[in-house]
Design a protein around this ligand. Sequence first.
Ligand SMILES: [Zn+2]
Length: 599
Amino acid sequence: MQFSKFFNTVLLAVLYASAASASSLVPGAKHATHRVRNINSDVKLETFHPESSFTTFGEGVDHPLRKRDDVSVGDAAAAFVESQLGVKADAVQVKSTSENTEAKHAYIQQKLNGVPFANAVANVAFNKDDKVVAFGSSFVKPTKAAPATPSVKVEDAIKTAEQKLNGKFDAENFPAPSLEYLAKQDGSAALTHVFQVRNEDANTWFEAFVDAHTGELASVTDFRAEATYRVLPITKEVLTEGFQNLVDPQDTTASPQGWHSDGTTSTTSTAGNNAISFKGSQTSTTSQSGSGLQFIFNQSPSAAPTQQANLDAARTNAFYIVNTVHDISFKYGFTESTFNFQNNNFGNGGKANDRVTISVQDKNGVDNADFSTPPDGQSGAMRMFLWDITNPERDGALENDIVVHENTHGITNRLTGGGTGRCLQTTEAGGMGEGWSDAFAEWTEHKDSTVPDYVMGQYVTNDAAGIRTHPYSTSASTNPLRYSSIAQLNEVHDIGEVWANILHNVYAALVKAHGFSTTAHTDPTGSEGNIVYLHLFIDALSLQPCNPTLPTARDAWIQADVNRFGGANKCTLWNAFASRGLGQKAANHRDDTTVPAGC
Ligand SMILES: [Zn+2]
């Protein structure tokens, strides 16, 4: 019964896929452009994100201003977009730029009547030779556009959104409302009032788009990425965690003032430039247990997690993990100028005052964790909950893979699309967000060149099988997920498993080819496979288009390898991607195992 149902669905997908790739009859066909959001019992929205094209150029092509001196990245990118899409200069606006050692990036918004589009964007990447190496675009040709002057007052728009989204616009702490066009599925362009609406108790945080002529809530950006963990019966033995006293784990190139100072203010608590770890309110941090920034608290697994020493151990551990993720990702290119999370950016670009806030033992949830990523300049908000599967309960802040998973949502949401927090919103891109988060958690735990199967969430669930449907594995019998599996999946964590398993195999292939560095967390200069992998992981996020798909994200990895390593890993990467169905001709959730000639 199960088998024949599955077969029918697959057959349907094959029949319709070529005729109408955007048809809702095809399972998964709207993953790349839509997302259904059940806001609450009264409000259900299907958001639309115009499809992103994505072209990579290997060694690069010239842009129109190449022969001029002193051309900014933004101007060069704007000229390139104009020439590629045949649009005039007044249709193009630079939103942000960033650079790492291998590439410069510009993120562009389409403009009409002097008003930028929220969801019609482009991104252009340049290599060290000032050549264009990647171009993504979701620009649209609207069939009709609303007048650029609103007929609905912004105050009324805010009232509507606050009511529909059950939250508040915080005039003091949120960016001022703006006017932006929104490309709609019917081909029209709606003028919208854009502003944030948050409800801290209910843990919702949206960017609302209210039609400035009809007054209707037209769309949302959901800044929150939730980890909805699959909970399994308690059938396994208790895991034991080994605590260790680490001395000076901070990396002073990534955090020049250490973890407890922003250069002006110093603390002796779990509050610093990159993160603040607290319970309840931000004044409830953990203070040092001894002078000289000692945070030594003996966690007792037999006592309740809320017991004082256990709470302090949890706040300390979460603070340590988020700072360590800050430092590792900084070394590999997630810096101030690429929109990371710091209160003081030390004059290195990007927007400041946005350290990660970590709410430990947050009272608003259980058996879960989440992370909200507003735009650069506003703090990323992590919430860790208790898990009530065991007695005593367990604390997610003490399971490192969960903390790293949540923190990675901030990295992927900031690097994709240039710091807007808007570019992992479709079902497929949101699913990949979950995949990157699992994959980065896995990366941090590798100890040698072996690549064992990886399981997420074993401690909090007290189950060696963890919280995903399969371990991540190089064995296709242990984990049979392939690119085509996505056609049957609708939930972002399920889709994420497909991407994380592909990345597990990419990682294994690179480590097999280049070996393993035991100092990869602090030294990104080596040539070992785990270092190569994390460089490509981070570099590709800046290259890929807004709301990427698995094929465009894969192309970004291939291009990142050209930029940084001259394409040395081309065949290793293609063979690994193709081994799970993401070969050269993979499209519309149909597998392909083709690799380039010579691979
Ligand atoms: Zn997640």
